[in-house]
Design a protein around this ligand. Structure first.
Ligand code: TRP
Ligand code: ZN
Length: 882
């Protein structure tokens, strides 16, 4: 716990480590009341350092007892070192030595879930970013890479499975019913990739033959009750391994690859070398217990962690400012993989939706930071949408600018040049430049400047000359600590459509032959004008196709143009986007309206067309039928009044549902087909369409809809349909049917934590059921657990992040509630507490009545005594400034 104001760490202060570690020899004695950790470090002075340090400094955090320190085999007297709890300083060390450290730690009391802790009776670790220092004293920074040997000793009956990184090289029995296993990892790695697991787990095995013909042993370890939930992750893993060979030429390097599922986990999953550890909710799935969305999420997370083996582990980060080096690139790789496994357009829509809804919000709020930040207090707070998702978009733009072949040459060069090293985002860009011959110096601003570029597009048509002119201006808004930004290098994909919907050739000069119908315009200046020649009539522009850059685009679209693009744009993303813009326009017009304003009939016609046209890609149709979310509408609004936005959106939804009732029923029936459950884009689209139709029908309390929902709920053979029906009932006015379904659902699934989490979320996220009294009731429920991050997220996180009209209730009770929970959690799990604060941080964006109450809630957190560094940083940065 904090006693003074936390320090800010700056990128400009980076210094190479004074000492390196060549080898780490660890021995863990695991007991019920604690663990003894013996560490033997083979160290030497770093030849690249200036050599001025005479003492050795190691990081430590929350280590219960330092039992002994030895240098080259002799125990040191107490005055030969200083034990400063967060730092061990050993005086007068030679140039090369072996340092022995013995610590006693208490995993059973570790509620922060950093370092070594216990989850459902098993021991497990989470060392990224700075968790290894909670296990033993160590130079806990990613540019110190060492070979690890790890011996684990524990009671054999309670902990038959003992795992760590690499290969198991020795095992045996010990006195008192104990046993041990020793693991050796031949690849030097930073401490954040260390992992240990000990528990009573069952093993599922499979194997994979690599492109060079090596046989890899694949193993999943789960609690016995979860054996039926492993197949999907295992299949996903094999697909990911094959894909990385085919698309990036990357082969797996150890003989064993292990995945472990744990219930208590702060994040989604962790790429520890050879031993990936997953949050149960991000790896375990069966048709009966997981939705289509969960299946897809699992496939992409399994791939993400696997891909880190090269983009993160073999080539790692020099320091934590470079986090996006591994995360941005790896998210890009997993998004390419998911696109290849399913529908690329749908994947692009999902990624852009997340970016525009949540990352843009982050980038215009008080925590805005560049993809490569310049400073931080607590690094855990920087595992953000900007580092991950915007970082992915930055890599995607390099891919767009270079083309797939050059990009592959660049990634080959990057992996070859930096294998075994800890490097920077700049090294990544340089490899791309060197392989392609392109100059990316201006492009590097994407890593340095925070804020979402705003592009304003104007056009004019010169009928006489047949020239269409597009003028594009870019402005990058100020963000905390950054003003007067330079223009960035932006790939802007465009097309032009003729009146009949045909794609027009984009001629940059009159008479140009074989001009393409798609072009990437490269914006590098504050303003550009592009001329397109030989046009007979004014075209309709299709701007920022496939969301070619993470920017906001302003152009005065007419509703006619949007409806035209919705049905004619050959770019699937822009078709969808035109529909979104149209719906945003219609909904925004109704915000604050008394209820008399008519709803544009064009929108109804457009949706009717979507519902009935079976010739269209149904996966795209399923996406097009989703109205823009409240969160997105709020993000777009100036000083949003959340209840008014909610009302306006509800009105449009109800209007559409009533006007399209018969079309919805027909769509529902058409997409109800018997057959085996599969997770293909076609069948996922079918279930999505069907459940959207059902949700809309129940929104207007349609009797036929209700009986369809009840019978679907009772008969569903998969969680997507069961949850679809339950969600529709929860959001309807049929209170009895809703309560019966919720009760039956819980009774049936109460033994399954992953399902109970969904049961919590469907209630706390609903504006119909999720009022504060309900949220408090859910928190009193026996299945709620303050020590389990998933339960906290599914009740409190979902309430504040998705149940927006309740969270933003006029009286401020939602804000006070969240602040109360943050204060409570701050002592036990600061990482999760700091993440929960996020909805309050944007207080300046909201209308004053709301903003002031949000600010007061933040102040009540600020004033808690002994605030963690994690929450301190978020709260103080949110309250600071203008
Ligand atoms: N490196 C992990 C990933 O993106 C992220 C992660 C897992 C993490 N657990 C964490 C980050 C705990 C911070 C703290 O795949
Ligand atoms: Zn990652």
């Amino acid at each position: 716990m904090r006693t003074s104001q936390p320090q800010t760490i700056y990128l400009k202060d980076y210094r190479v480590p004074a000492f390196l570690v060549d080898h780490v020899d660890l021995r863990f004695e695991l007991f019920e009341d604690g663990a003894r950790v013996y560490s033997l470090l083979s160290m030497r002075r770093n030849p690249d350092s200036d050599g001025s340090d005479t003492s050795l400094e190691l990081d430590g955090d929350s280590l219960t007892t330092l039992e002994s320190v030895s240098l080259d085999g002799s125990e040191l007297a107490k005055d030969a070192y200083e034990d400063r709890t967060d730092r061990l300083v050993v005086h007068d060390v030679p140039d090369q030595f072996e340092l022995g450290v013995v610590t006693w730690i208490e995993p059973q009391n570790n509620t922060r879930l950093e370092g070594l802790y216990k989850s459902s009776g098993m021991f497990c670790t989470q060392c990224e970013a700075e968790g290894f220092r909670c296990i033993t004293y160590f130079p806990d920074r990613p540019d110190v890479m060492a070979r690890f040997r790890t011996r684990i000793e524990a009671d054999k009956a309670s902990f038959p499975i003992l795992l760590s990184n690499g290969n198991d090289v020795e095992k045996g029995e010990l006195d008192g019913g104990r046993h041990f296993v020793t693991w050796e990892d031949p690849f030097p790695k930073p401490s954040y990739l260390f992992a240990l697991v000990a528990g009573d787990l069952v093993e599922q095995r499979d194997s994979f033959e690599t492109m060079s013909g090596r046989e890899i042993d694949l193993r999943m370890y789960v609690e016995p009750r979860n054996v039926e939930k492993c197949a999907h992750a295992m299949d996903s893993l094999k697909r990911a391994m094959r894909w990385d060979e085919e698309v990036y030429g990357r082969e797996y390097d150890l003989d064993i690859f292990m995945i472990v599922a744990v219930d208590d986990f702060n994040m989604g999953a962790m790429e520890n070398k050879g031993l990936n550890i997953f949050n149960s909710s991000c790896v375990l799935a069966s048709q009966e217990t997981a939705t289509d969305q969960a299946f897809q999420r699992i496939e992409s997370i399994v791939a993400h962690e696997y891909f880190h083996n090269w983009s993160g582990n073999r080539v790692t980060c020099r320091d934590w400012f470079q986090l996006s080096l591994k995360e941005g690139f790896t998210v890009f790789r997993d998004s390419q993989f998911s696109a290849d496994m399913g529908s690329p357009t749908v994947k692009r829509i999902e990624d852009a939706t997340m970016l525009r809804t949540a990352q843009f919000a982050e980038d215009s709020g008080p925590m805005a930071h560049p993809v490569r930040p310049e400073s931080y207090m607590e690094i855990t707070n920087f595992y953000t949408l900007t580092i991950y998702e915007k970082g992915c978009e930055v890599v995607r733009m390099i891919h767009t600018l270079l083309g797939a072949d050059m990009f592959r040459k660049g990634s080959d060069l990057y992996f070859e040049r930096h294998d075994g090293q800890a490097v920077t985002t700049d090294d990544f860009v340089r490899a791309m430049e060197d392989a392609s011959g392109r100059d990316l110096s201006q492009f590097r601003l994407w890593y340095e400047q925070a804020g979402t570029p705003e592009l304003t597009v104007r056009d004019e048509f010169d009928q006489g000359a047949g020239i269409y002119r597009l003028t594009i201006e870019q402005v990058i808004p100020d963000t905390p600590g950054q003003t007067n930004k330079k223009p960035q290098h932006i790939p802007f994909a465009v097309g032009l459509l003729g009146a009949g919907g045909e794609s027009l050739p984009l001629k940059l000069s009159a008479g140009e032959t074989d001009a393409p119908t798609d072009r990437i315009l490269e914006l590098t200046e504050a303003s550009h004008t592009f001329e397109f020649h030989d046009l007979a009539e004014r075209p309709v522009p299709s701007l920022l196709r496939d969301f070619s850059a993470p920017v906001r685009v302003y152009y005065p679209w007419t509703r006619e143009q949007l409806m035209f693009l919705m049905s004619h744009d050959p770019d699937g993303f822009n078709r969808w986007d035109a529909g979104q813009r149209l719906a945003v326009d219609v909904i925004s017009e109704l915000v604050g309206d008394t209820g008399n304003e008519a709803i544009d009939g064009g929108l109804t016609d457009a949706y009717r067309g979507l519902l009935s046209d079976v010739s269209l890609d149904q996966a795209l149709v399923a996406k097009m039928l989703q109205l823009p979310s409240e969160a997105y509408l709020i993000e777009l609004a100036e000083k949003p009044n959340v209840p008014a936005i909610h009302q306006a959106r509800e009105r449009v939804l109800k209007h559409l549902a009533a006007a399209l009732r018969d079309d919805l029923l027909a769509c529902y029936r058409r997409n109800t087909v018997e057959g085996r459950y599969e997770v293909t884009p076609e069948s996922v689209a079918r279930r999505s369409l069907r459940n959207t139709a059902l949700a809309w029908l129940l929104h207007i309390d349609d009797e036929e809809g209700r009986s369809l929902a009840v019978s679907q709920f009772e008969r569903a053979d998969n969680m997507t349909d069961r949850m679809g029906a339950l969600r529709a009932l929860v959001n309807s006015g049929y209170e009895q049917a809703r309560d019966e379904a919720l009760g039956a659902f819980y009774e049936r699934w109460k033994a399954d934590p992953q399902v109970v989490e969904q049961w919590f979320a469907v209630q706390s996220g609903s504006s119909r059921t999720g009022g504060l009294p309900k949220i408090r009731e859910l928190m009193e429920h026996p299945a709620f657990d303050w020590k389990n991050p998933n339960k906290i997220r599914s009740v409190i996180g979902v309430f504040a992040g998705q149940n927006l009209p309740a969270f933003h209730a006029e009286d401020g009770a939602g804000y006070r509630f969240l602040a109360e929970q943050v204060r409570r959690l701050d002592d036990s799990n600061p990482q999760i507490a700091a993440r929960l604060v996020s909805p309050l941080t944007r207080w300046r964006k909201f209308a004053p009545v709301h903003g002031e109450q949000m600010k007061t809630a933040l102040e009540s957190i600020r004033d808690k005594s002994g605030l963690s560094r994690d929450v301190y940083e978020v709260v103080h940065k949110s309250l600071a400034g203008q």
